[in-house]
Design a protein around this ligand. Sequence first.
Ligand SMILES: Nc1ncnc2c1ncn2[C@@H]1O[C@H](COP(=O)(O)OP(=O)(O)O)[C@@H](O)[C@H]1O
Ligand SMILES: [Mg+2]
Length: 277
Amino acid sequence: MTGTTAASTTVVELTDVTKRFGDTVALDRVSLTVARGEILVLLGLSGSGKSTLLRHLDGLEEPTSGSVTVLGESVPRLRGKALRSLRSRVGFIFQQFELVPSLTVLENVLTGSLATLRGPRLGLFSYGRASKLRALTHLDRVGLLDRAYQRADTLSGGQQQRVAIARALMQDPEVLLADEPVASLDPESSSQVMALIREIAADEGLTVVCSLHQVDLAIDWADRIVGLRRGSVVLDTTTDGLDKAQVMEIYGRVATTTEEIVAVQTELHEARLEVGR
Ligand SMILES: Nc1ncnc2c1ncn2[C@@H]1O[C@H](COP(=O)(O)OP(=O)(O)O)[C@@H](O)[C@H]1O
Ligand SMILES: [Mg+2]
């Protein structure tokens, strides 16, 4: 069952979105509706348009044609204060965490309460007590309260991504966008980070749109998977009862370039080995 969400619960809506960069068609007539509280994974090979799609949801890209609505706002029309207001309701986490390495963990979380991601390097003294308490609560939520006063660059990758999640929570977001949040983590940390995102989303009633390229993680952590291939939606399915081989089969049917076919066949082979085990 897909695409049957009631209008009142729709948080993200793309209608016929095409995005061109010169001759490259990064998104090709993408239509997609995400309901409040849904955890949706965008799955696709490198270059399939995942980041471009996510960037449209935060007003970082404008569509060449089509419409993008997030939390009832037409994103491409927003400017200045209205755009900042939308962005304050939408948290964004990235593959490379984007922490300030020389600041403490707590200071990094506190920057989430600033309007811009790379805000000025304010010292701890410049934040109010209420903000600090909130930041510490969010650090506790991600299991890193005891690391608050350590420099960010002393943490492991998985811990740094958890700090980035705590930083995003400082905005009290309604929507969380995550662009390959576990792409640079080992499998165990990847699972931990995805589990945490899922848990927090459920607790806070967050809507999550997260890009991944690992089919297994998508099946384990998403409610719904939307597959992209060269900018087009080629798969849109809930994850109930879905196994990796099925997803890879669908992928296999839509792969056209040699590179895509090789990537899909390799994964499909591994999926079959897993299922057969
Ligand atoms: N700013 C840009 N300028 C030119 N081409 C871009 C730009 N951003 C993305 N692209 C192209 O759009 C396509 C989709 O890219 P992207 O959204 O980054 O894919 P993914 O995140 O799935 O790897 C790719 O062909 C990429 O090279
Ligand atoms: Mg990307």
